[in-house]
Design a protein around this ligand. Structure first.
Ligand code: GLN
Length: 281
């Protein structure tokens, strides 16, 4: 269950719109670069919209919960992906059935790769995927690192990518976004991520949901329909700061891209380059 600080004090104005269960897949093995922030954002927004969020952390070897209304998974090292591989195969029928039923899911980076057909590591090891998304990923020596701006059905989305895997979409597979800044799936076709039914795969960390509330609420709206069989009734949430931050980030990154300014990661690499001459006094 969620252990959100201060939650118990809120019982006087307990939410009464109904309970929604968020399942976080493999929070120990697959949750790097702040991806836990996606789970926290969903719980917090559900609560502020007036629903009663429940969190179920799914760990390898445990049974998959019967009530899974919104399923999230994060990024991880290749080694973390290998550690969850067997459990993912065990719960594959549950995940496939829920995907077909329209349960919303958000899988970031390493988990996105495992929701595809296969991930072939840079050392040539093949990790078979669930095949819910028709994508195939090949690991590379060179990583794709930096900020991303992309157009999606939920509006412009910003985030940060850091992956060695290069992902190719199957012929009928819809991408999640069209990249305007950054590498996306493979640095070649301007696609980012993939969407099938309500299953969203993406390389974007950030974490993506706090920076892009419209995406968070789209997932929540579908989850409410799945959980309660009725339409999402949003509460009033002031997203002014998140919206301003996102718009400024998009403007700055697009201006940098137009000017050909090196990416932040390149600039950081230059700053950290060791001195070649001894310091003069
Ligand atoms: N190991 C994968 C890659 O580098 C996933 C990385 C991640 O989840 N951040 O492509």
């Amino acid at each position: 269950m969620s252990g959100h600080a201060g939650e118990s004090n809120a019982s006087a104005q307990a939410p009464d719109k109904g309970a929604v269960t968020v399942v976080h897949l493999y929070p120990r093995e697959m949750s790097i670069y702040g991806d836990l922030g996606n789970t926290r954002a969903l719980l917090s927004r559900l609560r502020r919209h007036g629903y009663a969020p429940r969190l179920h952390d799914h760990h390898p070897g445990e049974p998959f919960p019967a009530d899974a209304h919104l399923i999230v998974g994060g990024g991880g090292q290749d080694s973390g992906q290998a550690r969850v591989e067997a459990d993912l195969a065990a719960i594959a029928p549950e995940l496939k059935a829920r995907a077909a039923d329209g349960v919303p899911m958000l899988m970031i980076c390493g988990m996105y790769q495992l929701f595809g057909q296969a991930f072939v590591t840079v050392d040539g090891r093949v990790l078979p995927g669930l095949g819910i998304l028709d994508v195939t990923t090949q690991g590379n020596r060179k990583r794709m690192i930096g900020p991303v701006v992309m157009a999606t059905r939920y509006g412009d989305v910003v985030g940060y990518e850091n992956h060695s895997g290069s992902t190719v979409l199957g012929s009928g597979q819809q991408p999640f976004g069209r990249v305007r800044v950054g590498f996306g799936n493979n640095a070649e076709d301007a696609t980012e991520g993939a969407v099938t039914h309500q299953v969203h795969g993406s390389y974007l960390h950030g974490p993506i949901l706090p920076a892009n509330p419209a995406l968070a609420d789209a997932l929540i709206a579908t989850a409410v329909q799945v959980a309660l069989g009725r339409a999402f009734e949003p509460g009033v949430i002031d997203d002014t700061l998140a919206d301003q931050a996102r718009r400024r980030q998009i403007a700055r990154l697009e201006a940098d891209a137009r000017r050909g300014t090196p990416k932040l990661s390149d600039r950081a690499a230059r700053v950290r380059r060791p001195r070649t001459r001894p310091r003069t006094r």
